[in-house]
Design a protein. Structure first.
Length: 270
DNA sequence: CTTATTCCCTGATTGC
DNA sequence: TGCAATCAGGGAATAA
């Protein structure tokens, strides 16, 4: 479950080695990984293209190419992108290998086959509808408050909606709401201005703390070197029902919201 | 326009 | 112990 901090960690790992490099070949061990165009067309069009920039939008990684086209990758639940200078160890989960002109290889591993690749002329075809980037200056408490009022849905569901705010998923939505002291089922349009301020701050701090620890690994997430992140131990909300709240010791509750496990402290987030 | 539900996929976990 | 059923979840597609 790579979310913004995990994808940004991978981006920072990849950018210095990939910018200026050229793709020389594409090997699709599971062609279903290509969402757009067809697998055959991506195999034909990507080789020979040089990487101008490695960017991120929400949970998407963007490899902007000198041609103006963009290669996009989404890791979804269980994907990882690992850079090596030798051939990959045999793995049943290796779905694609992108080889670069310096001999390095970018392996896309994904046990659950949810992850996808796109090669498009206009990246907005894929990421155009995403909400604001929470760490960018355009995301302000005032803007958050105004937009919260337009929704009659539980705040947790809204935080996970990529068209409302890009990059937050199940874990960091729970973290931010805990930090802000807001119950996950509170309706967005009932939020008070000061609560939107606290939430805005809480979102940023939750993401920045995780980024400083190179992301949260609790099962599969790996950085571009194949290493786990260190943030699992530093999460404010233990993701086990009945575990003591890190702030007050009360038993952490688990509910199901939109099919997602939601953890919160009934005392701190009353 | 909004919000809610189903489905994809497979390793891990739970239940009998 | 073993095997089947259930769980986990990001987001597209679909329904309302």
């Amino acid at each position: 479950m790579p979310e913004l901090p995990e994808v940004e960690t991978i981006r920072r790992d990849l950018a210095p080695t990939l910018v200026g490099r050229r793709f020389v070949s594409v090997e699709l061990l599971w062609p279903g990984i290509v969402r757009q165009p067809t697998a055959e067309e991506l195999e034909r069009r990507l080789p020979g293209q040089t990487i101008a920039e490695v960017a991120r939008r929400g949970k998407y990684l963007l490899f902007r190419l000198e041609s103006g086209e963009t290669l996009l990758a989404h890791l979804k639940m269980s994907g990882s992108l690992v850079l090596r200078d030798t051939a990959e160890a045999a793995s049943p989960y290796l779905r694609a290998v992108l080889t670069l002109d310096d001999g390095r290889r970018l392996g896309f591993y994904d046990p659950r086959k949810f992850g996808r690749l796109w090669l498009v002329a206009d990246e907005n075809e894929v990421v155009g509808k995403l909400g604001p980037e929470p760490l960018e200056p355009e995301f302000t408490p005032q803007e958050l408050y105004t937009r919260l009022l337009r929704h009659g849905t539980p705040i947790k569901a809204l935080l996970c909606d990529q068209n409302f705010l890009a990059g937050i998923g199940n874990i960091y939505a729970d973290e931010a709401l805990f930090y802000a002291g807001i119950h996950p089922l509170r309706l967005a349009r009932e939020m008070q201005p000061w609560e939107a301020d606290r939430l805005h701050c809480a979102i940023r701090i939750s993401l920045e703390r995780a980024l400083a620890n190179r992301g949260t690994t609790f099962s599969r997430y790996r950085d571009a070197y194949g290493e786990p992140g260190r943030h699992w131990e530093a999460l404010l909300v233990p993701r086990r029902p009945g575990a003591p709240c890190t702030r007050c010791g009360t038993s952490i509750q688990r509910i199901r919201l939109r099919g997602r496990g939601t953890y919160f402290c009934p005392d701190c987030q009353g």
